[in-house]
Design a protein around this ligand. Structure first.
Ligand code: DGY
Length: 329
């Protein structure tokens, strides 16, 4: 580093100590070293008191116009510990010339694994089954706790990006019949097997044809609430909806109605609005809704790689080098 004055870095989250030690060799740290999440008010208070040159944060932290104005001109870059960036007011950053580092690629497998866990848990009613331990001798119905099979199923994937494709690859050994996908553009596949297996279809066709629908697209102005009453009415009555992307893609009131009125069979959500869902939220009362606490990328290797990219993005930027992964604004 050329300057002897160390840039100030605000870290909003607890992180493994080796990354903190690496960062404190270069930065003056303001670090949230407890698992208790900071409230938006606490964050504003801290950055107003000591404006940072950079902020390292996760998708749980909203970087909006207000926060950016409070930090003011001192802020030189943002490092998000995520591949998604819907929690950042990207247009405002662009206006202020603040570059954003992010962590694509390294959480693809972890998120696809979790999507499979959520899909199987929802399809085979795993949470209900665990709760039913101790009671199961009370039913002699051979159809007790029956779920929905994947074999020969049609699976619709909304957004066949890196994560969507990794989920599809994991589904193939489960003998699904075909994968429909919708999104901004058709994908090119080399192999004839893939050309037969994957079919690019309009969103409405995907809804009407799929036994399982998996949301793996980004949240933006086009996808916000795209799963609304109208969408649920077009789905099969026993369809299973899985969301590992962002909660805002689903209209949760419409989902509750769809799950209780039988428009769809069940839902598995790793993401919700808000996060976490309040304990008394009505979606949490439904037996046909499995909810995970946004743990898509929560495997040790993925989280370590994400942390390393954040550190490298910060080091590179403050040494005048290109970041490893900079969001194209
Ligand atoms: C991401 O990186 O966007 C994951 O959803 C974790 O927030």
């Amino acid at each position: 580093m050329a300057s002897t004055i160390r840039p100030r870095l605000f870290i909003t989250q607890q992180m493994p100590s080796q990354f903190i030690h690496a960062l404190e060799r270069v930065f003056e740290l303001d670090y949230q070293d407890t698992p208790t999440p900071l409230s938006p008010e606490q964050i504003l208070f801290r950055i107003r008191a000591h404006p940072p040159d950079a902020i390292l944060f996760t998708s749980k932290i909203k970087i909006d116009k207000e926060l950016l104005s409070v930090v003011g001109d001192k802020l030189k870059m943002l490092a998000t510990f995520s591949v998604g960036y819907d929690h950042i007011d990207v247009k405002e950053c662009q206006k202020r010339g603040i570059p954003i580092g992010y962590t694509p690629g390294v959480l693809t497998d972890a998120t696809a694994d979790l999507a499979m866990a959520l899909l199987l848990a929802t399809a085979r009613r795993i949470t209900q089954a665990v709760r039913a331990n101790g009671e199961w001798g009370t039913s002699c119905d051979v159809m007790w706790m029956c779920g929905k099979p994947l074999t020969n199923a049609t699976v619709g994937i909304v957004g066949l990006g890196l994560i969507g494709l990794a989920i599809a690859r994991r589904l193939q050994p489960f003998s699904i019949q075909r994968a429909l996908y919708s999104g901004t553009r058709e994908k090119y596949f080399d192999s004839n097997a893939d050309k037969t297996f994957f079919k690019y279809v309009p969103f409405t066709e995907l809804l009407g044809e799929s036994d399982f629908v998996i949301i793996a697209c980004e949240l933006n102005e086009h996808t916000k609430n795209m799963f609304n009453k109208n969408a649920f009415e077009q789905m099969k009555n026993d369809a299973i909806l899985i969301n590992i992307a962002r909660g805002g893609i689903i209209d949760q009131d419409a989902l509750y109605d769809a799950l209780t009125n039988g428009f769809i069979g069940a839902a598995g959500l790793d993401v919700t609005v808000p996060e976490p869902l309040p304990k008394e939220h009505r979606l949490l009362t439904l037996e046909n809704c499995t909810i995970f606490p946004h743990i898509g990328s929560a495997d040790v290797s993925a989280r370590h790689q994400m942390a390393q990219i954040c550190v490298d993005n910060l080091f590179n930027f403050f040494s005048g080098k290109p970041m490893v992964h900079q969001l194209k604004l």
